[in-house]
Design a protein around this ligand. Structure first.
Ligand code: DLL
Length: 434
């Protein structure tokens, strides 16, 4: 039987939980009403005051928040505390090139460590484990998010960050890593590199992995589990809400338990915004009910899933969300980095030599995402010497790298070779099979 990190909350009677959620929601609403002008105005427009929210069921009266709201209030406009209370900033890329910025108070960092401690414990980790964190460290929430939770449970944390696969395998072998934390696509890449490394799987002590930050299928899980001979646990989160630690699977791998005492979930119809009943597929919406730095009210994640309140065999009473089905918008996740096609478009539009006809082709080769951009250029480039094309390709590649932080394979093509469309253009071809 697997351990549970915080039995008091994770196995709380649901009526009791509702009381906790109601009280925490009231505190949050007061906090945002008095400290964040954006929220106060939105509540006033809806004819609401802090006293309108008495218990968790009143949540449906509150207005939704979107990524655009965060962007419009860039960088710190939605923070609910003075900057002197903020001890950490993280960020993700957004549509306009401006990142979405999130801020944490000391208590928020402690909440984050708590929810990750639950995640890691549910994956079977204890103080005797060696956790190799191959999520990126930096503005991305993956690395540092897992890190603090790993230390909280007393495990030996190996903060290797992403990349350098040969070294990952070497450390895994030499340090006796038991838990691997990275994106599922990177886990598969590591698995294949291991087969070629000369190190035998039996020489490793690996027993489980906590994988997330991008969508992945049951097929991919099976492949990882077979190749690495580990238990592959799905973990979900988003920077705006806290980072990783929002929801995670238990050993039964049958839906992700949402840390409902901190993040209150709803499923809504992405078009009508009506709250949908249990079991219906729709857009996941979160209200943070304990966060201080950046509380979010009914934040639309764009992730599509469904919820079940059925009791889980593990003993946890928290609601479970199914593995994400996809997104209601067009955000791509390439090697764990969020990318909107419009970011690429912005770069193209800034270069006069290039026509705004392009196609983005995403694929997965050897389990790593690849990104190709096919773009039309003026005829003169094809009449001229090849070196001209080469120079332009390199310039574009360089500009893209700077703007989106991803290596893009650029293919310049002759005018009118890219299919036109009369309705919405399908600019993205995603060949990945999750
Ligand atoms: O990816 C936080 C994270 C780090 C989660 C490490 C898990 C592990 P963002 O960069 O803000 O935060 O991206 C959030 O990634 O809205 C989903 O679309 C997607 N996503 C995250 N986890 C999963 C998952 C981190 N397990 C966005 N399955 C989210 C499917 C996921 N999609």
């Amino acid at each position: 039987m697997m351990e549970i990190w915080n039995r008091h909350f994770e196995c709380m009677d649901r009526d009791e939980l509702k009381k906790v959620q109601s009280e925490r929601l009231r505190t949050t609403v007061e906090r945002i009403y008095f400290n964040v002008p954006f929220y106060r105005h939105k509540m006033q427009e809806a004819g609401l005051g802090p006293e309108s929210i008495k218990n968790i069921d009143d949540i449906s009266k509150l207005p939704f928040t979107t990524k655009t709201d965060l962007r419009d209030n860039y960088p710190f406009g939605l923070f609910a505390v003075p900057m002197s209370e903020i001890v950490r900033l993280h960020a993700t890329s957004g549509t306009t090139g401006k990142p979405t910025v999130v801020g944490y108070t000391r208590n928020d960092i402690s909440t984050w460590s708590e929810v990750i401690a639950r995640t890691l414990t549910a994956a079977g980790a204890t103080r005797n484990d060696f956790i190799q964190i191959a999520y990126g460290y930096g503005l991305f929430t993956g690395g540092l998010g897992l890190h603090y939770g790993g230390e909280k449970i007393g495990a030996s944390v190996i903060p290797v960050s992403g990349g350098n696969t040969t070294r990952q395998i070497q450390l895994m072998h030499d340090f006796g890593t038991t838990i691997l934390a990275c994106t599922p696509s990177y886990a598969l890449f590591i698995a294949e590199a291991l087969q070629e490394s000369g190190i035998n799987r039996d020489e490793l002590k690996l027993k489980a992995g906590v994988f997330g930050a991008e969508p992945w299928t049951e097929n991919m899980r099976r492949e990882i589990e077979d190749k690495l001979r580990i238990k592959a646990i799905d973990i979900y989160g988003l920077s705006e809400v806290i980072g990783p630690g929002v929801a995670s699977e238990c050993s039964f791998q049958n839906g992700l338990h949402i840390n409902e005492d901190h993040f209150y979930p709803e499923i809504v119809d992405p078009v009508t915004l009506k709250v949908l009943p249990e079991g219906a597929i729709g857009e996941l919406v979160f209200t943070t009910i304990t966060k201080e730095g950046l509380p979010l009210i009914r934040y639309r994640t764009r992730d599509l899933t469904r919820l079940t309140y059925e009791k889980c065999r593990c003993g946890r009473t928290f609601v479970r969300m199914e593995k994400c089905f996809g997104r209601s918008d067009d955000m791509l996740i390439i090697r764990g980095v969020n990318l909107f096609p419009s970011q690429i478009e912005t770069v193209l539009l800034e270069m006069s030599e290039i026509k705004p006809h392009y196609r983005i082709i995403v694929d997965r080769v050897n389990n790593l995402d690849t990104l190709e951009l096919q773009v039309e250029v003026d005829e003169v480039f094809f009449q001229d010497k090849i070196s001209q094309l080469q120079i332009l390709t390199e310039k574009l590649q360089d500009n893209l790298d700077k703007a989106i932080g991803l290596t893009v394979k650029v293919t310049l093509v002759e005018p009118k070779t890219i299919e036109r469309s009369e309705g919405k253009a399908k600019r993205v071809i995603d060949k990945r099979k999750y």
